[in-house]
Write a protein that binds this ligand. Structure first.
Ligand SMILES: O=C(O)CCC(=O)C(=O)O
Length: 306
């Protein structure tokens, strides 16, 4: 690693706050062009959803997210160069994960607006911490992840027994304001390393007091990720973040990348970040909100009180 990488602002930001916002984002025209192609393929309306009877005939809670062979972004490889080849992103991610970092996953996320979620579904999912709507979406449309809000969580949640050696990169494809289900991120929350979901959070004047269940705590500030088309930010796998249900009339469409160090590769930036954390870098259980079938068994939600 070069000296320039060692002191890269993204490494400093990860150590200091647990996230990094790209000041200039990525090419907004390319973001808008990709958005237009996606909107030409998919209408984000009530037809996305199964009827209540169809859902109840065969409820499927797992295998309902994008996967290889069922991922809308697979047909847009060339259009994603504005993110994947952006020099600012490549240098920041290399500083953290090494030059040969890999894309673990990339997908399109849709924040579904309240106006298109069927009433029967709203009633069922009210108060759930994780409202990933994949289970309720018709099979052909499960090439995108659909959210109607998700409580504060770490992206480590999906990676039991994996070290927090990866990061999440988010890119907004259009302007995202406070009413478009922007990401809420808890600054400094990464410091407690891996903790079990749902998290112990108490709202106060300064933001949220976050406890790790092991005797540790940190006062965190809430930071809202709002910005123009091409806005880009990334965060550590232990940084708490979430969204409220999309109250606007329009869907929010974003790119979500998980980027990781290649197995065995040197990633001194991320090692330097992780050396500052006060807890485990991996967990053998990451969540306790689901029953054996993958259905919510806990009704609780902090981010909706933010
Ligand atoms: O985009 C959203 O509404 C939430 C996404 C999120 O928090 C995640 O994918 O980890």
């Amino acid at each position: 690693m070069t000296e320039a990488q060692r002191v890269h602002p993204a490494v400093e930001a990860f150590i200091a706050r647990g996230y990094h916002v790209f000041e200039n984002g990525v090419d907004p025209a390319a973001a808008s062009a990709l958005l237009a192609k996606i909107r030409a393929l998919r209408t984000f309306d009530a037809d996305l959803f199964l009827t209540e009877a169809e859902f109840d005939a065969n409820p499927q809670y797992t295998g309902v997210n994008p996967a290889p062979g069922r991922n809308l972004l697979e047909r847009f490889e060339a259009d994603l160069a504005f993110v994947e080849k952006d020099a600012g992103i490549a240098s920041a991610v290399s500083a953290l994960l090494g030059d040969d970092y890999e894309i673990l996953l990339k997908k399109l996320i849709c924040g579904v607006p309240a106006s298109v979620v069927p009433d029967w579904l709203k009633a069922r999912i009210a108060g759930n911490p994780v409202n990933n709507l994949g289970a309720y979406v018709r099979a052909p449309y499960r090439d995108i992840t659909y959210f109607y809000g998700i409580d504060f969580h770490q992206d480590l949640i999906d990676y039991r027994d994996r070290e927090a050696d990866f990061l999440t990169l988010y890119v907004y494809l259009h302007d995202v304001g406070v009413h478009d289900a922007p990401l809420f991120l808890l600054e400094d929350s990464h410091q407690l390393a891996g903790t079990l979901f749902p998290h112990d959070l108490t709202k106060n004047d300064g933001g949220w007091l976050y406890r790790d269940g092991r005797g540790g705590e940190v006062q965190t500030k809430q930071h809202l990720l709002t910005g123009k088309a091409g806005y880009a930010a990334m965060w550590h796998a232990c940084t708490l973040h979430g969204t409220q249900p999309d109250a606007a009339d329009n869907e929010r469409l974003s790119l979500r990348y998980l980027l990781a160090r290649r197995p065995g590769a040197e990633a001194r930036g991320m090692d330097a970040v992780n050396a500052t954390l006060r807890g485990p870098l991996s967990l053998d259980a990451t969540r306790q909100d689901l029953d054996a079938r993958g259905r919510a068994q806990i009704k609780a939600n902090s981010v909706n009180k933010a």
